[in-house]
Each structure stands twice: as structure tokens, then as C-alpha cells.
Design a protein around this ligand. Sequence first.
Ligand SMILES: [Zn+2]
Length: 469
Amino acid sequence: MIKKFILTIFSIIISTNIVNAKIDVVYPTSKELKVTSSSVYFSGNTDYGSKFYINDEAVKLWNNNFFVHVVPLNFGENKIKLTSVKNGKKEELIYTIDRNKYVKRQQSVPLYEQKNQGDVIYTKVIKTNATVRENPTKFSNRVVDLPLNVILYLEGKKGEYYKIEEKGPTQYWIHESNIKEPVKISNKIKAKFLNQKFYSDDKYEYCKIYLSHPVLFQTKQNENTIELTLFGVETKDAEGNVLPNYKYKFVFNDSVIAYDCYYEDNNFIFRKTKLPLNVDVNYPLKDIKIFVDAGHGGSEKGAVGPTRVNEKDINLSIVNYLVQYLKSAGADVITSRTDDCKVGLYDRVDIAKKNDALISISIHNNSLALGRNPYLNNGTEVHYYNKNAKLLAEIINKNLALDLNLKDNGIHKSSFVMTRQSLPISVLVEVAYMINPEEYILLQNPQFQKNVAKSIKKSIEKYIIMIKK
Ligand SMILES: [Zn+2]
């Protein structure tokens, strides 16, 4: 009796395993959604050896268990049926996707409230990396990220943005969360230029400008010059005319300039990295400081592949190989993470700066919006923001495309936290697509990951040889 009972339980367990052919849908993440796109892709996995259908149409199972499939949508409600069949048993899931006609939302344009003539509206920056933009929206171009305690005078407000009084080549707007509650004061406290000094240590050349208080600044990089403007710091030209802003042009011998600007108390500091001297072309990475960053980590998974391998883990595997190769080539390597932990974006930048890295490489892999086609989007691309990183981005991009036989999607000027810094020389690599089936399989292959790391290491070597003095 007992034997028979155990046997029955056992066979129930076995049969439940067979009955429940699972369907694990990774994207879309919800069974009901509204979209405006003409199609949606489904990615996910089912049991090995199942037959898989979407709306009764047979769908290819990559590696015998995962699917990535584009489903065209009609306007209005679309019922999409996913079916997995194995050994005569089947599992079914229904998705309801509502395709709307794209209606441009009527956005109420906030009024511009200008201060009264003669009023002096004073405020101070209360956040580090307080972004100043050209227009009062978060989509507008960044002018500069200001440090703490910079004094600003305001001219008006639109929505959540204040307009800064200073006149320059563009307008300057700052979000209300970045500044102290503005107050009316009787007289402007004018910033005074006190002194200017040049000095250097073994890593940087500095220019220190002594001011009575910190002000809004802007830098513009040209081929081998940087033009600095300190707003509201009155100076006189050679003829004795009063100029509203202090301007200075730094001229360099080299075209690759890694630089940044910050305040030490009231004093503005511009510093520029000294390029490596005495580079041995046979051993170019010797003692070069390189910051290597594995994108995402911890609860931030990045893109999720059809079998739920996370981008953060693939980024880390590639980074761990890259660190190993760079170190054996003599480089001094700093990382943001060597295991699966969460690191803030600005913390990553801080680690790179604090360690005086010359180069920063952030490793990511690409994802895709639901309305795009994962079979038409593949390949490799490199992002940079500052002029000083363009050459490095080009070399890494070309080599990755050639060495790994990937589609060359070129280099892109993108304002990301990991590219925006002008020191270190910063690039962000999107090696390949997590959601393209062939590239997803490649990305999980340790040999492919090693080849990516080798290609990037080779590119940095070539770059150092090109920029050496
Ligand atoms: Zn990423």
C-alpha cells in the first residue's frame, strides 16, 4: 500500500514535469500593454525540444529553447497567443496589446515669469554636478555641470527651470532642485579676479584663478586650445575697456587634451593631464592608468537576454578579461566593480578621477525598444562626448568590427555620465546586442568575450602610441 502510494506520488511528480511545458516571456514584461509601434517583439524561452508557436505560426527556437520573434500589430486590440507543445502536452499564454494611433500630447507650455527690473535675485548651487542647460527642459544640451557653492543671479523662471542672468553664446538654465531657494538682495556681489597662477606636478599641469567667489564657467575645446569663460568676473582689456566676463585661452602643443575644471574654495582650477612620456612602442601600456567600468550591476541588470542572462554579467565577464590583459601589458588598472554589486554612475566617475586615470572605458551591451526589430539591429558601436575621446572611440570601434566580424555601427557623440567627462579620456562601448539571437549566443561565449577584451586592449595600445609625445 505504502509502496503503491509512493509510486503514485512519484509518477505525479514525473508527469507534472512533462505536463507543464513552461513559457518564460522576458519581453514584453507585461501581458497587457499599450503601444504606438506597428510591431512588438517577443523574447523568452521554453522547454528544450518543444515546438513553439505565436498566433499558430511556428517560431524558430534558437539553441533549441529560446525565441525572439517580431509580431506585426493592427490598430486597436491585438490578442497574441503563445503556444508551446512538448510530448503532446501544451502550454498557452495570451497577450493583449493595444496599438494606438500616435497622438501628440498637447503639452501646456509653462509661462516665463521674468523678475522685475532692478531686482537682484541671488542663489547658490547646492548639488554637485548641477547641470546647466541651453533650454528649460531636461532634453536640452548641457553647457556645464557646476560644483557646489557657485553663486548665480537669476533673471526668470519657466516651469521647473530658472534662467541664469549671464549672457554668453547660449542661454543658461538650471533646474530648481540644484539651487538654494532664490532670494531678493539689494545689490549684486560682483565676483572679482584676484590672481592667476600656473604650476604642475608629475601628473597634471594646473592653472589656478583666484576669485572672490565661485561663478558659472564654460569651456570650449578646439583643435589644440581650450577657451575658458568665467561669467560675471569683470576684467579690463588692453585699452582699459571693462569686459563683463573673464576669458582665457589655453594653448597646447598636443591635440589630445584630457582636462577638467573645479573649485577649491573660491578659486577656480583648470587642470590638464600630462601625456605619457617615454612610451616604449613595444610595451606601450606600461604604467598607463586605465579605468575599466562594467556597466550596471546588483539590482540594475541592464538588458535581459531571452534566457535571462543579464547584460550586467556579460559586461563584467568582458571587463574581467580586459583587466587581466591590460595588467599583463603593464597597465595600472582601476575598476568600478569586479563582482556583481551596484555602483552609482557618478561614483564610477569619482573612482576614475581620484585615481588619476588617463583613459576610461565603460563596457555595455545593447538593448532595443519593443517596437524595433531584433533581427535588423545588430553590431558594435562606441560612444564618446568630448572631442578628446573621438580618436580612441574610432580606433576601438574599427578594431571591434574587424576583429569580431561584427557590423560596424560607427561612433556616436552621446552625453552619458560615463562619456561626458573630459578627464579621463572617456568612451563607452556597446559591444553587441543582447536581443539579437546570434549576438546573444556569441556574447555568452567565453572565447568571444576574450576576443572582445583583446581587441580593446590592442586598440588602447595603438592609441597610446599615436598620442605619445
Ligand atoms: Zn548597458
